[in-house]
Design a protein around this ligand. Structure first.
Ligand SMILES: [Zn+2]
Length: 161
């Protein structure tokens, strides 16, 4: 899916990019730019600003008012509304930093780009062709999975109410 997120939603933007969605995000966008991007590029506006949400829907621009106290809450709400999967498959992930599709990269090519320990421990790596950031399913991965599982549980619970 294609989204544009307001300046308060940096973390959520990074999550959605990792989940493979195209998310425009910059703290430099003002309200008019957010609305224009949503309208011109067919993006759903994600916002924590109720007034902006109301302005958007009044103009027929699809928007989602983001509540929830943590990322699991927010991801569950977005998944419920838009029917998106709560999973990350690096084959279809976008760079959380710059929104470009990341690509698998042979291990030999990133030897100088990661720490020796990381290089020794992992065999699968991905790289962003635009900003050059290298990704792997490292020590942070269990935490990512548990947040997604928490979000799935919330979504199931909310659906059964
Ligand atoms: Zn990047």
């Amino acid at each position: 899916m294609k989204f544009v997120a307001d300046g308060m939603l940096g973390s959520l933007s990074r999550w959605l990019r990792m989940m493979g969605h195209d998310v425009e995000y910059s703290t430099a966008f003002d309200d008019a730019e957010l609305l224009a991007l949503a309208k011109e590029e067919g993006r759903v506006l994600l916002t924590r600003d109720l007034e902006l949400y109301q302005r958007s829907t009044a103009r027929g621009i699809d928007a989602f008012y983001v509540e929830g106290k943590n990322e699991a809450d927010r991801l569950a709400a977005i998944a419920g509304r838009f029917g998106i999967g709560l999973e990350i498959d690096l084959k279809s992930s976008r760079c959380p930093r710059c929104n470009t599709m990341i690509q698998p990269v042979p291990k030999a090519q990133i030897v100088d780009k990661v720490e020796k320990k990381t290089f020794a421990h992992y065999n699968e790596f991905w790289e962003c062709p635009k900003c050059g950031k290298v990704y792997w399913q490292g020590a942070h991965w269990p935490k990512i999975r548990s947040t997604l599982e928490e979000a799935s549980t919330r979504l199931k619970n909310s659906a059964s109410v």
